[in-house]
Design a binder for this molecule. Structure first.
Ligand SMILES: *[C@@H]1O[C@H](CO)[C@@H](O)[C@H](O)[C@H]1NC(C)=O
Ligand SMILES: *[C@@H]1O[C@H](CO)[C@@H](O)[C@H](O)[C@H]1NC(C)=O
Ligand SMILES: *[C@@H]1O[C@H](CO)[C@@H](O)[C@H](O)[C@H]1NC(C)=O
Ligand SMILES: *[C@@H]1O[C@H](CO)[C@@H](O)[C@H](O)[C@H]1NC(C)=O
Ligand SMILES: *[C@@H]1O[C@H](CO)[C@@H](O)[C@H](O)[C@H]1NC(C)=O
Ligand SMILES: *[C@@H]1O[C@H](CO)[C@@H](O)[C@H](O)[C@H]1NC(C)=O
Ligand SMILES: *[C@@H]1O[C@H](CO)[C@@H](O)[C@H](O)[C@H]1NC(C)=O
Ligand SMILES: *[C@@H]1O[C@H](CO)[C@@H](O)[C@H](O)[C@H]1NC(C)=O
Ligand SMILES: *[C@@H]1O[C@H](CO)[C@@H](O)[C@H](O)[C@H]1NC(C)=O
Length: 493
């Protein structure tokens, strides 16, 4: 889609200098999308929620962007509850205002619409979006994001003939109002929102490709003998193939084989000799020579608070304030909403409590985070705003001597990482992106149950080239509900 602003760019190029040319090139095009988020009351999902659709579909529309494009998504909330959409893996460079989590944005109220505007700056890859508050994600509302490489950036493979997006997730039927901790297995594994392939039925996901294949997704590090059908099954179907895939389904690795799984995770490494989207450090060099500025050791567990089981980080269960942290930070330096660094990042509180944990991340410092999983099922941690380098996995307790086992030479960069039951995972993040960033369990029930904190990366320089001002359509809520601050000066992309 070509926009008025890219025409504007061309005019600029005609009239001004090479600097404008570079600027416009780095900017990409504008992509305008309009989404109607609604629910289908006839289909009930987890916690009795109706299925959530975007423009009438369970896997929402593809956002097909290229590095540095600017995506405008005008979201109409036709649900009967508040909505926020988050863009998982999109780094929102200098712009946590568009991150779409409870700590950064006021929700879009039922019957209202709000336009997110964000840039896919310096990124390439496959990402996804989903509704971030309450339990909405368990009911749908998610979809794929592609960020294609610009032509000038080489990737180490030929241009694919075609591309398909595959989103695999679990599904639990309604009527259950307890947290999954008390009922750990979901009912189904879905592919693109569809139930497992069944040659006799008609609900399944199939892709047109020249020979048919089954694809199977099963849980790992959990015994599902009590639920043998808990597997996602899809069919990859080639146009020219004559008939369906036959025979038995492929057998995956032993579900409880920890070593196999950890070794596989360790074998995924970055190709250090290939091009990358970004000119800056992240993703393009080894981390063997960096100096750590901070270390967080975060134990994920559960604890009872006031007689109710909660998920905790170092024995603190995140309490979501009515006022987004980012707003409180911007207008009143957090006061009345959170107190910076009042919860531990290196020790475990002796008594479990609620807490709105916001911790300092040193701007332009290297942060080491050791995630410890004190529970007996797989966990996954996600950091907004950054790609982190996954340097180590291990069983049992972590201690500083285990740093010698880290892969600092070609660690993969990503934003979500698994943590094995009873084990640990270590990552390094370079905190060059000021903002208020969610660090959380990517398992919905853990997140919802309190396994979250925010990292505040602060740059004292008020130059908007450092961090963007709030958007002109900024929503206010919580303690700012009745105020109407003057719109902030807007800056170009
Ligand atoms: C959104 O979808 C709902 C349910 O399908 C429909 O009733 C409504 O009219 C749609 N709204 C817009 C603005 O398209
Ligand atoms: C996505 O965008 C790329 C780059 O502009 C284009 O080549 C491709 O055809 C688009 N794909 C879809 C499905 O729109
Ligand atoms: C709501 O949608 C209208 C119509 O598309 C649009 O003009 C307006 O900017 C949107 N409001 C917000 C806050 O994004
Ligand atoms: C890494 O990327 C380079 C450059 O694109 C390519 O030649 C090489 O085969 C890749 N290495 C591996 C192990 O894939
Ligand atoms: C696969 O190709 C056939 C024949 O071209 C077409 O009828 C069918 O809709 C395609 N299926 C998908 C999932 O694209
Ligand atoms: C890693 O980077 C450092 C510089 O930061 C360099 O000296 C070293 O040779 C690199 N190691 C490898 C294995 O590439
Ligand atoms: C590695 O770090 C040390 C200490 O910070 C520095 O003196 C040295 O120049 C660095 N080496 C490279 C190759 O960057
Ligand atoms: C904001 O709060 C922090 C502590 O939370 C304090 O160190 C800092 O001085 C405050 N800044 C201003 C401008 O009041
Ligand atoms: C966490 O808090 C609970 C009770 O509030 C306590 O029993 C437990 O020992 C604490 N955990 C640790 C590791 O200290």
């Amino acid at each position: 889609m070509e926009s008025s602003s890219s025409r504007h760019c061309r005019r600029l190029i005609l009239w001004t200098t090479v600097i404008a040319l570079l600027f416009c090139k780095a900017r990409g095009i504008d992509i305008f999308l309009e989404w109607n988020v609604s629910s289908d009351p006839n289909i009930r999902a987890y916690m009795d929620q109706p299925l959530i659709l975007i423009n009438g579909k369970i896997t929402g529309p593809l956002i097909n962007a290229t590095t540095n494009d600017i995506v405008h998504v005008n979201i109409f909330n036709n649900l009967d509850e508040p909505l926020l959409m988050t863009w998982n893996g999109i780094q929102q460079r200098l712009n946590s205002w568009q991150d779409g989590v409870s700590g950064t944005n006021c929700p879009i109220l039922p019957g209202q619409n709000w336009t997110y505007v964000f840039q896919t700056k310096d990124q390439i890859g496959s990402y996804f979006y989903f509704p971030s508050i309450n339990f909405l994600k368990a009911a749908g509302g998610y979809g794929p994001i592609r960020v294609n490489n610009r032509n000038v950036i080489l990737v180490p493979f030929a241009k694919p003939e075609a591309e398909y997006d595959l989103l695999i997730g679990d599904w639990s039927y309604g009527g259950n109002t307890k947290l999954m901790a008390e009922n750990p297995l979901p009912d189904l594994i879905l592919m693109n929102g569809k139930a497992p392939f069944n040659p006799r039925g008609n609900v399944f996901q199939s892709f047109n490709v020249t020979k048919d294949y089954f694809m199977v997704a099963t849980p790992t590090q959990i015994d599902t003998t009590a639920a043998p059908d808990l597997m996602g099954v899809g069919l990859i179907h080639y146009d020219s193939s004559n008939g369906l895939a036959a025979g038995s389904l492929p057998k995956g690795p032993d579900q409880l084989d920890r070593d196999f799984s950890i070794n596989q995770a360790r074998s995924i490494r970055w190709n250090m000799s290939t091009g990358a989207a970004r000119p800056n450090p992240q993703g393009t060099f080894n981390v063997s020579n960096i100096t750590l500025s901070q270390t967080f050791i975060l134990h994920a567990s559960t604890a009872e608070i006031d007689g109710i089981l909660h998920y905790t980080v170092n024995n603190v269960s995140y309490l979501t304030p009515d006022t987004p942290l980012k707003l409180a930070d911007h207008f009143v330096n957090g006061s009345g909403v959170y107190q910076l660094d009042s919860f531990p990042t290196n020790s475990i509180n002796l008594v479990a409590s609620y807490g709105t944990s916001v911790v300092t991340g040193n701007h332009k410092g290297w942060l080491e985070i050791v995630f410890k999983n004190d529970l007996d099922v797989m966990d996954a941690w996600h950091l907004d705003g950054f790609g982190f380098y996954v340097v180590g996995f291990g069983d049992g307790d972590w201690n500083s001597a285990l740093r010698s086992t880290y892969n600092l030479v070609d660690p993969v960069v990503r934003s979500t990482v698994q943590v094995y039951p009873g084990g640990w995972t270590a990552v390094y993040a370079f905190l060059d992106n000021p903002g208020m960033w969610s660090l959380r369990s990517q398992r919905l029930e853990n997140w919802y149950g309190g396994q979250e904190l925010y990292i505040r990366v602060f740059d004292a320089d008020p130059n908007p080239a450092k961090e963007r001002p709030p958007p002109s359509n900024l929503l206010l809520c919580g303690i700012f509900k009745s105020q109407a601050p003057a719109p902030s000066p807007q800056v170009a992309w």
